[in-house]
Design a binder for this molecule. Sequence first.
Ligand SMILES: [Zn+2]
Length: 525
Amino acid sequence: MRASAGSHRTFLYVRVSTYDQAEYGTSLDGQRDLGIKFCAEQGYADPQVRVEVESAGEEKIERRKELRRILSEIRSGDVLVCRDLSRWSRDQVFAVHSVRQMRAKGVTVRFYTQPFLDHVPGAPIDLLGIIAWTAENERNATRERTMGNRRRLRANGAFVEGLPPLGYMVEDRRLMVVPEHALIVGRIYTDSANGVSVRKIVDWLRIEYPRVVVGQTKKHVMQWTTNNVLKILRNRLYTGYMETAANGRKRTTEPGSGKWIQTHEAIIQPALFEQVAQGLSARKRSGRTVENSLTHGWLLKRVAKCAECGYTVRASADRRVRGGEGGYYLCAKRCDPTKYKDRTPCTNKIAAPWREADAVVEAQVLAHLDGLVHELSVERPAARAEPVPDFKRLAAELVEARTNAVRLVVKGIISEQDAAKQLTELKRDEEALEARRVEYERRQTHDTEEARRAAFAKLTEYRGVWARLSAADRRELLSELAETVLLTASGDIVIEWRPVTDVAASMGGLEVELTPLATVLSDAA
Ligand SMILES: [Zn+2]
């Protein structure tokens, strides 16, 4: 069978499986004969027959040599003929995607038992799209089923979580003790139970066990960090029990999940595990409650954000200095990158001394309060004179534009792609309009003369008693006045204040939950 010398070539793709030997011959002949007959009827050139022979289990696209060859050879003007879509590829998502790509290239793709998949320009329904959508759903369902399998395996005590914890290896999905590693785990637990800090444990681990190689297929050297040691100290698997659902990741209402069952040899006795767990949480707080924590009086605690990454800045007391006098604000993502999704440390290396930072911010707050009070005391420019925007008409215009875009694409005047772009833009306009309307209404209802007067009174009083406010109330007031408080990489504190209208709207209303001034004043007296 040779290709004709014409301007286009025809490929006939035939796929047979050795899986079903009995069917092999008939399937091959049938597909070839019907395909050739179809090509002749349609007036296509003599097809080059490409036979894909698959053995059982070879379902991956990478193995389909002939299919890949066709995809790389086929050009605009060529014709591809195949029995049906699933014969072309069992992976429906790939099948649809590749057919669309070929058609976009100018290749005619025909399935002789599925004429409804022929490409009809301007057809109202895209069957390939529907097939792709269904296939995608089917894929998700398969994923769900796999998750179900994992649950079942777990319920039978199988370890299906990937890397086993230090001290164990996985054999036939069972956790087996690695004696020399179990010894290290045992020492870590005993030390922690005896009150040795995690940091000290890390120190001796680094000295005594600098190269512990773990992992069965991918080997790596154990990194001794406080985080890793804490993970070991908090891993209940060491007690020989396993949770039948992945810890915390599955809803506990599902049947068979969340139960702890004994599945493997223990390295740590449950009593020791509990003792360590209690010791860890007691030490974590160092016996301090929120009220007497060393950083309790810090103004920027939980208020300031890192200017580089946007995560909250940590208030870190220097325990070497008595009474919490020493200490810094630092980016929390810089200190503990593993607690964040991308696990990369923030580039902001600054450690800003808290006293200086607080003093700077305090001065700015007071100056800002003065400014606000002044601004609220003067007559407001005639803001009401501005015309009321006709939101209804603007919204109607957007709806009209959308209908128009759809009409144009149905008539084939603009392409689907252009229409999609237009619709996205319209959607954005709609959202912007809605935001504008909400903002307008909020101002109409909240930023009233009355609210401004009330805000003026409150801010004047708070300005007066600032020095006597509790740390918590100062922080509350600061977050009420400032949109953002940022700690920059150079150690500066940059405050973005909320506009006076917003402050008036919220402070003048009933939304603020500061301690009532009367209480503050009577406490201070
Ligand atoms: Zn940061």
